[in-house]
Design a protein around this ligand. Sequence first.
Ligand SMILES: Nc1ncnc2c1ncn2[C@@H]1O[C@H](COP(=O)(O)OP(=O)(O)O[C@H]2O[C@H](CO)[C@@H](O)[C@H](O)[C@H]2O)[C@@H](O)[C@H]1O
Length: 490
Amino acid sequence: MLFVTTEMTDFVKAGGLGDVSAALPRAVARHHDVRVLIPGYPNVLAVVGKSMRMVGKTRGYHKLPACQIAEATLSDGLGVLVLCNADLYEREGSPYADASGHGWADNDIRFATLSYAAAEIALKHAHMSWQPDLLHLNDWPCALATHYLDGESEAVPTVLTIHNLAYQGVFPASAAAHIGLSARRRIDHDRHGRISFLHEGIAKATYLSTVSECYAKQITEPPCGCGLDVLLRKRASEGRLTGIVNGIDHSWDPQHDPALRIPFAIGEWDKRHENTQQLRDELGLRQQDGPLFAVISRMVQQKGVDLIYEAAPQIIAAGGQLALIGRGDPAIEHSIARLPRRFPGRVVAHIGFEEGLARRMFAGADFLLMPSRYEPCGLSQMYAQAYGCLPVAHATGGLIDTIEDGITGLLFRDATVSELRRCLQRAFRVFAEPLLLNAMRGAAMLEKHGWDVPGRQYATLYSRILLKRPSDPSAQSAPPVREKDVYAHL
Ligand SMILES: Nc1ncnc2c1ncn2[C@@H]1O[C@H](COP(=O)(O)OP(=O)(O)O[C@H]2O[C@H](CO)[C@@H](O)[C@H](O)[C@H]2O)[C@@H](O)[C@H]1O
């Protein structure tokens, strides 16, 4: 199986996809022969550049340039294929945007090239000795691989995982000719005559998954369907859409996290409190008795950070403090950066991306605020739970699947300031009752969010799809899959 991704925490992380891409292929490697395909960004070359060897190449296609394919083996044995093209990928910035946050103007070419390479590898056109039996594609940047397989998808089936339906890879119709879509095969146009990579992938993938059960249902209806709900309903009615809740990897363990100066376990609430005091010192917050609320998030409209901005005065008036870390939309960053000036010593905002600090915030804060308008799965709430920090979250998508209201966190029904305020009052009441607070912390820390279960669920999904493949008679004698029969329709 070839897992195709645009970020992986081993090299580069822009959001949750980076964490999933680092953990899921490793979890699945226990069951399948897995390699990861990722573009050769500077951070990738910095880590594996010296150890990689060239193993294949792809031809140019329309305006997609020819690329080299290199292979490296990571220290734990995971094989990584690196798609090398200096002009496309060796740029400073994130995988998707330059250092000032503007999307690269040629993202259609950059990611169509990645999709094309994935298909070429699968079709044995890339001069490689290894060939995957299945492509696992992630989000819009890889979705066009389904198109480039060009009718061969029965031979090489595809799973397309939707991590966030709102990002669809929409480009002007003129891009179609550049990336090699004939008029006949052209991606459906939207009202403005544009094309969408994700639309094509959803229409053509053998199977679709998304990252929680609840979101899998929500995307078949507006508003979460983001204009693709009719197509998704059709794919769901064919039995080809499922939800598998993400896991979190073993490094999220407050007993063994090198980012913490004082490790702690369930019940060691004094040690946890020392983490809180240290965090206040590190961030320049006053030492005080009230609850500390944290926000660790991409600063984008999805995450409802504007609701937190509105509710911040209430948190401060009730004796709480607020610490935010995030990066994203410049306008949201700007408004968040103003808060500490209004509430010096009680609100801090760090505009940036810093995993070590994020870990200390999970370990020291009492509550994590996640008023996301929608949330396909969410990882931060699970990291928070593992560190005894209780999520206060909007009841949507994966937040419903992973938070038990009143037990492992607090949920509120609508993503509005008034609902958030009411939930904050509940949080203050929980904080005022140490027995309840510690019982909830303990329950949250006991949650098992590892990758074993989702890893097995994906492995089962691949096996079922491969068993169904008509061109592989040997697969009929494959051993039965023992995982809970959630894919009976396949
Ligand atoms: N400034 C900062 N400094 C340090 N760490 C930071 C940070 N900002 C964010 N993070 C971390 O980045 C990750 C964000 O992951 P999420 O799953 O919460 O959201 P994202 O929207 O990126 O992912 C999308 O894909 C994932 C994966 O499927 C889905 O869970 C999610 O719902 C979907 O929106 C978490 O690990 C978080 O702790």
